[in-house]
Design a binder for this molecule. Structure first.
Ligand SMILES: [Zn+2]
Length: 343
């Protein structure tokens, strides 16, 4: 019987089985191709669903088993982007990456993930979540030769994302989450058009719309960046008031083991808050009590009905064993606090 308090969920990705792609690797290439790859992706979704359900996660996802990269896999399916032509750009002002080039008007001529969303819905009785990249993070992961304006391109992506999101919601998905890690970096753009393009992407959805904003996976570039952020990470202070005034229903943030002051959650009054209670940058599996302690702190600033214990970010670079342990710890930690609330 799922509880209505402290319903657990995950930020997004989970590790893939070794037969599907290289383990412990971000953006790993597939180990299968053609029909075998399509079957393999679906089998992997079944595995991560069972794992989440058995751990006790309430709102489950496909663990992003069907994509290589949270941004570029989506973009690959659009017209106007040339993947044979790549350029090196600096992503989130932090690291260089080879990215595809926008060479003409961007268009979605066919659904991208909608079949996978239907498959997810058909394979579980739990509430479900599906993730998409957000417009600002998309434009930050490309070289644009055509629009020559980050804002113009973001509005185009927002329109495309909205088409996709409406069809995913129609497949029966309960939460659509847009991943916007770039919100933590480009505050002027967030203020000037980032929130508006995000709202455009989520416009008219019959399900909940979430946004995930984090400090990233535990890769070296992110770890070095965090060392420059001082003793308190106050980036959320810039964007939470804007999100509070927005039409977005849920905000997913990093919290556990990070230098984010927990009282910043108070800036999100009225919103559902997905409280990151699992550190994804370490192999050490949290104890349920550690998870419970993070949830208790967050409860000072958000009601239990609006608090969703979650992971800080995706878990794709971790081992399957570690990720499975962290899922169990997340659910067990939430159960401890739920028990306290009922007592
Ligand atoms: Zn993240």
């Amino acid at each position: 019987m799922p509880s209505s308090l402290l319903r657990t969920t995950i930020a997004g990705s989970l590790p893939k089985p070794g037969w599907l792609s290289e383990p412990l690797t971000l953006w790993a290439p597939w180990n299968l191709s053609g029909q075998a790859l399509e079957e393999g992706k679906r089998d992997a979704v079944r595995l991560v669903l069972r794992e989440q359900e058995r751990a006790g996660i309430d709102i489950v996802s496909d663990g992003e088993q069907t994509r290589r990269h949270f941004v570029t896999t989506f973009i690959e399916h659009l017209e106007g982007v040339d993947f044979r032509k790549t350029r090196t750009v600096r992503i989130r002002d932090r690291y260089d990456a080879q990215v595809p080039v926008v060479t003409g008007p961007v268009m979605r001529s066919a659904p991208v993930y909608v079949e996978y969303a239907r498959f997810l819905r058909s394979e579980t009785d739990h509430a479900t979540k599906f993730t998409l990249p957000g417009p600002l993070t998309m434009v930050d992961t490309l070289y644009d030769e055509h629009y020559r304006s980050r804002e113009k391109l973001a509005w185009e992506f927002a329109r495309i994302l909205n088409q996709e999101a409406r069809e995913i919601a129609a497949a029966g998905i309960d939460v659509i989450q847009f991943d916007e890690p770039a919100f933590n970096v480009f505050f002027d753009e967030v203020r000037n058009w980032g929130i508006q393009t995000l709202e455009r992407a989520a416009e008219g959805l019959p399900c909940k719309a979430a946004v995930h904003i984090c400090y990233g996976y535990g890769i070296r570039q992110n770890t070095e960046w965090k060392q420059t952020l001082g003793s308190e990470w106050r980036q959320y202070e810039e964007i939470f008031p804007l999100l509070r005034a927005s039409k977005i229903d849920q905000i997913s943030l990093e919290c556990h083991n990070s230098k984010v002051p927990v009282d910043l959650i108070g800036l999100l009054e009225g919103k559902d808050v997905l409280v990151g209670s699992i550190d994804v940058t370490t192999d050490r599996v949290e104890t349920p009590e550690e998870v419970a302690a993070t949830i208790r702190k967050a409860l000072t600033f958000v009601a239990a009905e609006k608090l969703f214990p979650c992971t800080n970010c995706g878990m794709v670079p971790l081992s399957r064993e570690v990720a499975a342990g962290k899922l169990k710890a997340l659910a067990a930690g939430a159960a401890i606090v739920r028990g306290e609330l009922k007592a």
